[in-house]
Every structure is written in structure tokens, then in C-alpha cells.
Design a protein around this ligand. Structure first.
Ligand SMILES: *[C@@H]1O[C@H](CO)[C@@H](O)[C@H](O)[C@H]1NC(C)=O
Ligand SMILES: *[C@@H]1O[C@H](CO)[C@@H](O)[C@H](O)[C@H]1NC(C)=O
Ligand SMILES: *[C@@H]1O[C@H](CO)[C@@H](O)[C@H](O)[C@H]1NC(C)=O
Ligand SMILES: *[C@@H]1O[C@H](CO)[C@@H](O)[C@H](O)[C@H]1NC(C)=O
Length: 650
């Protein structure tokens, strides 16, 4: 209070800012300021008492209402020094914020006036200094003193929302009171003074679906069972009003766009109970027969539907998959259909939501069933052979026009069209086979020989008579079977001799045989001397049962002079059917040998017999031998067994 001893700041106080709207400010401030100036510390005014209790009282402050609209200067207050005797010797000087510009002072009286309309929201207080100076001496009579002019708020700002438009989403079917979004508005007026900045929210549009909490701006649902499928978007208008929402307060509004988000509260439902599709029996595996759709009013995952066949497909002929784009069930062929076997299928198909929401099960069931009828259509199919390939056998000695075997093919269609057969001539260039076009019997038309061609692999074609375009082909493997048409014979021409000094029961040679025919049990032949009673007296033959036979001496004492050549006819038989046999004659010469059995010399005459040469040839050979004997008898003997060589000698 001591600092204020020098200056008495003349204050005015307006405790009811509302009144300032209705009452011109200068008229009120001037008398009020004068009143307080006369008795500044008395606190006699009731208004002042109320104000004190409301706000901290500051003696070095002036208060001034913002937004003064009068044509005169607005009176602020009066400076007064207790050194001022009222004789006009002092003058008052003002300095600081806006001195001489916004605020002017009457230097004689100390009256301060505001020259401009002031905005609290622009500058809420001004700091100024006052001085009292002796006019004559120009010396201050008091130390300079500082004071503040505070601009008093009036409600000149409406609440402003932080956004022009809010957006929010809340699930459909939410319970009443579910939080949606919070809106908020700011008021630029002084929040510490009056209700100018006290904002209250209310809903102008959007009832009865939504409500707003007046204090907080929180928007909540106000109606239960709001259904997205019924109405999805709402536009809510919220008002914020200051002055605590009372009449005369300023207001601002905002729009809140609220979307309901989907929940699974709708089950899938087939719009019809039966669907019917037609499909040709030739529909390939994996092809689509038809599409069905169970409608679901929900969206996104809540509309996702899975289809399955629950009955009528015992043979697993079909499958149903979900088209993820359209949520349709696509019926697909899993196994080839056959019109001749089944002409219609009746499938029971179930559609069920993939994601169920347990909260809404009471709105279910969340699945549905429909019947899908598939009518199989007949397709003209080519004839079908009874086998995929035929293997036939024919004996090589089969007569021409013998039936080898029969192929059969049928039209699988219900029409059972007649079929005709033919041989693909590209596979039977030599026209060895023929087929009966009516019954599929295959004939030989030329003689066969297994030894020249074992397999005849041909193709037979079956064609529908009524529709030549429908034809099928089948391979026919014809194997020519062996017939035992060849007799076994000696494997070679044997040169056999017996030593004059040979003993009885001695092996002099071993022979074997061959056969051109197919031998089933390996090369097996039997050997026997023809007419053994006659021919078996000098030599015997033993079958070794390994396809060889050995020739034995029957006695000793063979002599060139007595008999220089023996002939041994041998019967060789195979075990085929019928048995084939031949007789080969072995020629055994009698030769002189050393004691080890090595041949020394033989009789020339023996050479003629096995080769069966003509008389002329024999004479030539004999001449040859005579000539050769002069040089080397042994060489000549060993070499002249060959016919050509013998002739060459001539
Ligand atoms: C509300 O729905 C509309 C139309 O479907 C859409 O354009 C908008 O983005 C949605 N708003 C929100 C917040 O999801
Ligand atoms: C097929 O017909 C021919 C006469 O053309 C006959 O000889 C043959 O036995 C028949 N085949 C069958 C399997 O009936
Ligand atoms: C014919 O068929 C038989 C049996 O399949 C086979 O062994 C043979 O090699 C074939 N012949 C020809 C010439 O294709
Ligand atoms: C067996 O040998 C004797 C004496 O050498 C002879 O007379 C007879 O004709 C021979 N028999 C045959 C079948 O060659």
C-alpha cells in the first residue's frame, strides 16, 4: 500500500460483463470511476465487494472492456498525485505500451482515455508508467510509478470445433451407450472470467440414433439394434454453445459422419430351393457345370460362404468350390460322367458362413441347403473295343482263310449303332490278313512262316455305320507259332575213322545235331542206329542224352584189306509234335594208326562215299591222288575230303 501513497489509481469495476452489452460503457465508467476516485479505499459499493471476493484485487490496475463501439474516446480512469494541490502547477505524463497512441492523458486532470477499440484476444493487458512533474521546474514531484491496464473480456468469440467434419465408425447392433467419437470445440474468450468460454454440446441432427454428452462432447449410440443392412450412414450435427449453453451464448456446429460397420447378423440363404443344370457326359474333369449362390446381406468376411455337397454324390463325381470373388458355389466335374450309366444326379448342397459370430447365433442358423439337379446329356461316342489290345496266335502252317481270332467293338451310346471292322492297311502292307467287316473275325489270306517273321502287329479299325466319323483303333499282335516242320540233322559233315589196332568198346567219335524249328525244351534229340540188327554188328552208338551221341567200336580186328569203309546210318529224332526225324549216314574209314591211336594212313576209296560224287569226279580224284601220292600220301588223304578241293586238283 505504501507504493500507492503517491498515486491513487482510480478504478472502475464492472462485475457483470453481460450488462456491458446493453449499457453504453462511457456513461457507466465515468461516474463509477469518479465515485471510486472520491473514496478509493472505502469499498462502499456492493458491486466492488462482490468483485473482490471473485478476483484478486490489484490497486495498480485499470480495467477496460474490449470491443468498445461508442463514437467517443473510452474513459479509462484518472491519475492523481497527493502532491497535486489543484493549483495547476503539476502535469501528468504517460509512457509505456500504447502511451500517446492507444492511451492519451489529460496532463492537467490526469484523465486517461482509450482512443481505439481494443481486442482482448489480440492483447489482453498494457503496461504503462505515470509521472507527475512540476510544470515550472520540470522536475518530477514523485518517483515514476508503473501500472497495468487490463482489457476485460466480453463474449465476442463463438466456440470453434477442432474439425469441420468428423468421421467415425461403430459396429451395427451395438448396445445403447456405445462410444462412437469425441468432438471438441475451443472458445477464444477468457476461460478464467465469466462463462464466455464455457462450452456445452448438444445434438441438432442425428436423434434418436445418437446422443452427445453435453460436457465432454462424447457421441454415443442411443438406439439399440441399429442395422447396417437397413441404413449404413448417418450424418450427425453437433452444436457447441458458450455461456454454458444459455440463451445469448455464441455457438458453432460440426458435422459427424458416422458409418455402421458390418457384423455377421445375416445368414446365407439360397434364393431358390432347387437348381437345375445340364451337362454333356463328355464334360472333362475339372470343368464347371454351374454356379449357385446363397445370398448374404452382410459384407466382407461376414458374407464369406463355403459350399459342400452333403448328399447325393456317393460316387464322388462332383465337387463344389467357392468363388472367392463372388461367393458363389461352383459345381465342378471330378470324375467323368457316363450317360449310359447315370442320367441324372440329385445333389444336396449346403452353404454356410465361414465366420460365425456367437452373439448373433439366435438370428441363425447361419447355413442353408438347396438341391442341385444335374442332367447328363448323351454324346455320340466312338465304338469301344472289348480289350485295349488283342494278342492272337496262329500256327505257321495255318491254311489260308483260317480264323485267327475275333475282335469286338460296340457303340457305347444308347443308340447302339452298328459297327464295321477293317484292317489298317498301313500296318499290313502285304495284305496277309483280312477281317470280316461284320463280325470282326480275322483271317489269314497268305501263307505264314514263323522262321521268316514271328510277329505281325496290325491295327484294326471299328467304325460306326451310321456315323463314319466315330471310329476307334485297336492294336492286334499276331504271333506266328512254330510247327515242327523241320527234322534234326547232323550239325556238320563228320570225318570218322577207326584204327586197325582199335580195341572193342572204344569211342571213336562223338556227334551232335541241329534243328531249324523253335525248340521248346532246348535242343533235345534222340540218336539211334537204323536197323541195329543189321548195322549194329560192327559199331554201336550211345545217346549221351545231352544232344550228343558217341560211336563205339563193337569188336577189334578192323582191317583195311578186309573192309576199308563202313557205313553207319543213324536216325536223329526231335521231341516235337509231330516227331520229326531224319537219317544221316556216317562213313567210318579204317586207317592204320600208331600205338597212340594217331592216324597214319587210310584207304583212298573211302573218300568217294560220303560226298556222293559222280563217276567222272571220282576218276579225277583218283588221278589226283595217284599224282599226289608220289609227294605225300598223308597230306592228300587228309585234304581230299572236300569236294571242291578234290576237283581243284584236277
Ligand atoms: C463411410 O462409408 C462411405 C461409403 O461407403 C465411405 O466412403 C466412407 O469412407 C466411410 N467412412 C468411414 C469412416 O469408414
Ligand atoms: C464271321 O463270319 C464268317 C463268315 O463271313 C464266319 O465264317 C465266322 O465264323 C464268323 N465269326 C464268328 C465269330 O461268328
Ligand atoms: C510286335 O509286338 C510284340 C509284342 O508286343 C513285340 O514284342 C514286337 O517287338 C512287335 N514287333 C514289331 C515289329 O513291332
Ligand atoms: C561187318 O563186318 C564184317 C567183316 O568185316 C562184314 O562182312 C559185314 O558185312 C559187316 N557188316 C556190315 C553191316 O557192314
Amino acid at each position: 500500500m505504501r507504493t500507492l501513497g503517491c498515486f491513487l489509481l482510480l478504478l472502475f469495476w464492472v462485475s457483470q460483463p453481460q450488462k456491458s452489452y446493453t449499457t453504453p460503457l462511457p456513461e457507466r465508467t465515468t461516474p463509477s470511476a469518479e465515485r471510486t476516485a472520491e473514496d478509493p479505499e472505502s469499498g462502499q459499493g456492493n458491486e466492488m465487494e462482490r468483485s473482490r471476493s471473485k478476483r484478486s484485487w490489484m490497486w495498480n490496475q485499470f480495467f477496460l472492456l474490449e470491443e468498445y463501439t461508442g463514437s467517443d474516446y473510452q474513459y479509462v480512469g484518472k491519475l492523481h498525485s497527493d502532491q497535486d494541490g489543484g493549483d495547476g502547477s503539476l502535469k501528468y505524463i504517460l509512457s509505456g505500451d500504447g502511451a500517446g497512441d492507444v492511451f492519451i492523458i489529460n496532463e492537467n486532470t490526469g484523465d486517461i482515455q482509450a482512443t481505439k477499440r481494443l481486442d482482448r484476444e489480440e492483447k489482453s493487458s498494457y503496461v504503462l508508467r505515470a509521472q507527475a512533474v512540476n510544470k515550472k521546474t520540470g522536475r518530477p514531484v514523485e518517483p515514476e510509478s508503473e501500472f497495468v491496464i487490463k482489457i476485460h473480456d466480453i463474449n465476442d468469440n463463438e466456440p470453434k470445433f477442432t474439425k469441420n467434419v468428423y468421421t467415425a465408425t461403430v459396429p451395427e447392433m451395438s448396445e445403447v451407450g456405445t462410444f462412437v467419437v469425441q468432438v471438441s470445440a475451443n472458445d477464444a474468450d477468457d476461460p478464467t472470467y465469466g462463462n464466455s468460454a464455457k462450452v456445452v454440446y448438444s445434438i441438432l441432427q442425428g436423434q434418436p440414433y445418437f446422443s452427445v454428452e453435453s460436457e465432454t462432447g462424447v457421441i454415443k449410440t442411443a438406439l439399440s439394434k441399429m442395422d447396417r443392412e437397413n441404413k449404413e450412414q448417418y450424418q450427425v450435427v453437433i452444436q457447441a454453445k458458450d455461456m454454458g449453453g444459455q440463451m445469448g451464448g455464441l455457438s458453432g456446429t460440426t458435422t459427424v459422419n458416422i458409418n455402421l460397420s458390418d457384423v455377421n447378423d445375416n445368414p446365407p440363404r439360397f434364393p431358390q430351393s432347387t437348381y437345375q443344370f445340364r451337362a454333356p457326359e463328355s464334360s472333362p474333369v475339372g470343368s464347371t457345370i454351374g454356379r449357385i449362390k446363397a445370398n448374404d446381406a452382410d459384407e466382407g468376411v461376414n458374407a464369406e460362404t463355403e459350399y459342400k455337397i452333403i448328399d447325393g454324390d456317393e460316387h464322388n463325381m462332383f465337387e463344389i468350390i467357392t468363388d472367392k470373388e463372388t461367393q458363389e458355389g461352383v459345381v465342378i466335374v471330378k470324375k467323368l460322367m457316363d450317360f449310359e450309366r447315370t442320367r441324372m444326379y440329385n445333389l444336396k448342397v449346403e452353404a454356410a458362413n465361414v465366420y460365425d459370430d456367437p452373439r448373433f447365433q439366435y438370428l441363425g442358423p447361419f447355413k442353408d441347403v438347396a438341391t442341385v439337379k444335374i442332367i447328363v446329356e448323351d454324346v455320340d461316342e466312338p465304338p469301344l473295343f472289348s480289350k485295349s489290345a488283342y494278342v492272337l496266335e496262329v500256327k505257321e502252317d495255318a491254311k489260308i482263310n483260317t480264323i485267327i481270332g475275333t475282335v469286338t467293338a460296340q457303340d457305347p451310346d444308347a443308340a447302339r449303332s452298328f459297327v464295321k471292322y477293317s484292317v489298317d492297311r498301313h500296318t499290313d502292307m502285304d495284305r496277309i490278313f483280312n477281317i470280316d467287316s461284320g463280325n470282326g473275325s480275322i483271317f489269314t489270306s497268305k501263307p505264314l512262316d514263323r522262321e521268316s517273321l514271328l510277329w505281325h502287329n496290325i491295327t484294326v479299325i471299328a467304325t460306326e455305320i451310321s456315323n463314319p466319323k466315330e471310329s476307334s483303333r485297336v492294336p492286334v499282335f499276331i504271333k506266328v507259332l512254330d510247327v515242327n516242320d523241320n527234322a534234326p540233322e547232323f550239325a556238320m559233315l563228320y570225318e570218322i575213322f577207326v584204327c586197325e589196332n582199335a580195341k572193342a568198346e572204344q569211342i571213336i567219335h562223338t556227334v551232335s545235331a541241329i534243328d531249324k524249328d523253335d525248340s521248346y525244351s532246348g535242343l533235345h534229340f534222340s540218336y539211334a542206329v537204323a536197323n541195329p540188327a543189321v548195322h549194329g554188328t560192327n559199331f554201336t552208338l550211345r545217346d549221351n542224352r545231352d544232344n550228343t551221341a558217341s560211336i563205339y567200336t563193337q569188336r577189334n580186328g578192323y582191317s583195311r584189306h578186309e573192309m576199308n569203309t563202313y557205313l553207319l546210318p543213324v536216325v536223329i529224332s526231335d521231341y516235337g509234335f509231330p516227331i520229326q526225324s531224319s537219317t544221316g549216314t556216317l562213313t567210318i574209314r579204317v586207317c592204320a594208326c600208331d600205338h597212340k591211336g594217331n592216324m597214319q594212313s587210310c584207304t583212298a576209296e573211302a573218300l568217294s562215299h560220303p560226298t556222293g560224287l559222280s563217276t567222272g569226279a571220282l576218276i579225277a580224284i583218283l588221278l589226283c591222288i595217284i599224282i599226289l601220292l608220289g609227294h605225300s600220301r598223308a597230306v592228300c588223304c587228309s585234304k581230299t575230303t572236300e569236294k571242291e578241293r578234290a576237283i581243284a586238283c584236277v
